[in-house]
Every structure is written in structure tokens, then in C-alpha cells.
Design a protein around this ligand. Sequence first.
Ligand SMILES: [Zn+2]
Ligand SMILES: [Zn+2]
Length: 140
Amino acid sequence: MADAKTGGCYCGENRFEISAPAVDTHHCHCSICRRLQGGAFVTLSIFPKSAFRWVKGGKLDTFDSSAKVHRHRCKKCGSPLTISFEGHESFAPMIAIMRSNLDANSEPDHPADTLRHAFWPDRVKWLDINDKVKKVDGFA
Ligand SMILES: [Zn+2]
Ligand SMILES: [Zn+2]
């Protein structure tokens, strides 16, 4: 197995390790992600929950953006860290992380063809994105 991927929040109270490649990485342009993260879009990497573990901290603030989508932040610095999906039919065994919280030497290693701009019609109009990454209307 390759070296574990590592990451954490800005202040260092919470650190995680992931022992498997991501199954998916996408740029999310949905209004919920944008508002809750304060960004023009948010890049999420999705991993099997069984491969993810906290090595420090892990007691986070939780906001349920819907009944089945639970968003977790550092209690101290407020960094958005993970999204869990308890009660969700297909995503329950998965955990999403903010791709930007992986350490500089850790890559998500998702299958290249998963990378996409999701919820493309919901994007902000004040950022011009001209990359060659595919654009899709919904999640997939
Ligand atoms: Zn923190
Ligand atoms: Zn989103």
C-alpha cells in the first residue's frame, strides 16, 4: 500500500490519515457548498470511510445541510474538514474531505476521469473558468 495520505485543519487541532485512494474528486459549484465554505466553488475528494481515521482531534462542530448530509468543522479555527452521509443510501460508507486540506505532498489519487465541475449551472458569474475539465449539470 502507498504511504497514507495526511491532512488536517488550519490550526492543527485535527489531523487525519487516509489509507486508500479517493473514488472521486470534483469541483462543487452548488450554492450550499459555496455559502458554507465561503468560496467560488469547493473541491471535494470522496474516500471510503473505512480508509479514513483521525490521528489527532476529530471532535468537530457539525452542521446538517440536509437530513443526510452532515458537514463538520474544526471547533477552534473553523476549517471545514469532512462531510459525512449517515442515512444516505449510496454515500453512507463514504466520507468527503475538502481536497485543499490534504497536505502538500498528499494527492487524492482519484481516477482521473472522475474530475469534473459539478452543478456547473449553479456557478458564480464573477469567476471565469476556462479549463478543459468536463462540466456537468448535477453531481454526475
Ligand atoms: Zn483547526
Ligand atoms: Zn456542493
